[in-house]
Write a protein that binds this ligand. Structure first.
Ligand code: C2O
Ligand code: CU
Ligand code: CU
Length: 530
């Protein structure tokens, strides 16, 4: 059974904490809302195809050259079923990669050895409420939570990470995250590069002290803007590089950073060939000069190096873009907020993410199908609220807190406007706007919006002006053609999405996936009822 105790972990350096608490009264102090939701046990009538064990535990891994780094990580094993359903990574903080097929029934016995509450959320998956990792289901050290569900999603790149309220940012930062890859028969027919030619790329940023240990949160400003690390870590390693041959690869990209946005490009100017987004394959490949990559988003791309030469080096970079933070930046620079923000690499800096070294010439031509999948036709008129979309304003509320419609997270509360009906389609309009608070309208930032429990379609992005420079520097990098569970809501813009509530009733989350914003309460429940 849960109690409400939260212990601070002692290895992750959190500086400026005291001033942050003074600055945001009540920020870390009101986590006592989850009393005694019973931990879930296995249901003997559920017959899994594959049974996994997944444990969150402290560990030490190599990220930088030299001393190992203390981390928290997920380790897993197969208890029963297909042995190739889990791919473990050695000496890495990233969790094992789940590789499951649509239609498979899985049981995951999740155990925690952390001295802090936690729970696992399967990001992007369409699962019953009890399997979604709502923070009310947190477990404590030594406890177990058993997930049992059928994988209903299309082939795609999903992921999993912790979701305890007010602690998601530091827990993901400590290392807790992993990929959940789904395959299906439709995808199989495309003969996409597979095996060693299918490469997951998890992009994160971290800051280390001189002993190679993780440092989180430099200043109260880090909480307001979101934490930015000063080093890029790809697949759990700094200075990540790969040796490849002159052929085509499938890269599955995840932005697993707490708050950093990337503007992805190949350094030689080759356009990207995008075949999939958060919720799986697109109808047909899309070419992009660059990709706007917000936290939690995924891109599935084909990178064909068949016209490269052995010895060539290609870099995946993040192109520079103008500061995305307006208001606060000018009014009170980061220094004035009490931070000693000496090391951080600003949002929008040009970055090298990874290097690909072409080694051998091989003669293997790859032809990408011109038609990848058939997507359900978009019919916004089918929405029950077509003429009057629900509106969600992401902005700064009172007391300098990030809010949604001027509200912050309440563990078990759902407002009237957050209740929807099963088996209906709706349009939700997300607005990046001010809010009524003292700072209302004065501070705007991009918010990576995420909705739990389903995949949706983006039907419109509207710029209301005022932030044209930011909008123009990102707009050609959106891939809105497919299924999404997360999207970047830029300052001065509105985004309309079409959702359908199917199969499951219950309470799910929607929130900002800037994890510091989420922990600050920029998260709400919505309820699906019959
Ligand atoms: Cu990836 Cu609610 O989160
Ligand atoms: Cu999620
Ligand atoms: Cu946000």
């Amino acid at each position: 059974m849960n109690t409400s105790k939260i212990t601070r972990k002692n290895f992750l350096k959190v500086t400026g904490g005291t001033s942050a608490l003074m600055f945001l009264p009540g920020f870390f102090l009101n986590s006592c809302e989850n009393d005694a939701t019973p931990n879930r046990e296995a249901d003997p009538s559920f017959i899994p195809d594959i049974e996994f064990e997944l444990t969150a535990h402290p560990s030490e891994v190599s990220i930088l050259p030299g001393a190992k780094t203390k981390v928290w990580k997920y380790s897993g094993k197969i208890i029963n079923g297909r042995k190739d359903a889990l791919q473990t990574l050695d000496d890495n903080y990233l969790g094992p990669i789940f590789r499951v097929k649509t239609g498979e029934k899985i049981r995951v016995r999740f155990k925690s050895e952390l001295d802090e509450i936690t729970i696992v959320h399967w990001h992007g998956l369409h699962v019953p409420e009890e399997m979604d990792g709502h923070p009310k289901y947190v477990i404590e050290q030594g406890e177990e939570y058993v997930y049992e569900f059928e994988v209903k999603d299309r082939a795609g790149t999903y992921w999993f990470h912790p979701h305890p309220h007010e602690l998601t940012g530091p827990q993901v930062y400590s290392g807790l995250a992993g990929l959940f890859i789904v395959n299906d028969t439709e995808e199989q027919k495309l003969n996409l590069p597979s095996g060693k030619d299918e490469i997951p790329i998890v992009i994160q940023d971290r800051t280390f002290d001189s002993d190679n240990q993780l440092v989180y949160i430099n200043s109260p400003m880090d909480r307001m803007t979101g934490f930015l690390g000063d080093q890029i870590v790809v697949n759990g390693k700094s200075n990540f590089s790969l040796n490849l041959d002159t052929k085509a690869y499938r890269l599955r990209l995840l932005n697993g950073s707490n708050s950093r946005i990337y503007k992805l490009a190949w350094n030689d100017g080759t356009p990207f060939t995008v075949i999939g987004t958060d919720g799986g394959l697109l109808e047909k490949p899309v070419e992009k000069e660059y990709l706007t990559f917000g936290p939690a988003e995924r891109f599935d791309i084909i990178a064909d190096f068949s016209n490269k030469e052995p010895g060539d080096e290609i870099k995946l970079v993040s192109l520079p873009f103008p500061s995305t933070i307006s208001g606060m930046g000018g009014m009170m620079g980061r220094g004035m907020m009490g931070g000693n923000n000496n090391a951080s690499v600003e949002m929008g800096s040009r970055l090298n993410l990874l290097s690909l070294n072409i080694k051998n010439r091989v003669d293997r031509k790859f032809n990408l199908a011109s038609r990848l999948s058939t997507l359900e036709k978009l019919n916004p008129q089918d929405a029950v609220n077509f003429n009057n979309p629900r509106k969600f304003v992401f902005g700064m509320g009172g007391h300098m807190r990030w809010t949604i419609n001027n509200r912050t997270f309440e563990m078990n509360e759902v407002a009237d406007y957050e209740k929807v009906k099963l088996d209906t389609s709706e349009i939700w309009e997300f607005v990046n706007g001010g809010g009524r608070g003292m700072m209302g309208g004065m501070m705007q930032m991009p918010h990576p919006v995420h909705i739990h429990g389903l995949q949706f379609r983006i039907i419109e992005r509207i710029s209301d002006g005022g932030f044209d420079e930011t909008f123009d520097s990102f707009k050609d990098g959106f891939v809105d053609e497919g299924w999404k569970d997360s999207f970047l809501l830029l300052p001065g813009t509105r985004v309309k999405v079409l959702l359908r509530f199917e199969d499951f009733t219950g309470m799910y989350l929607y929130h900002c996936h800037n994890l510091e914003h989420e922990d600050m309460g920029m998260m709400r429940n919505y309820m699906i009822t019959k």
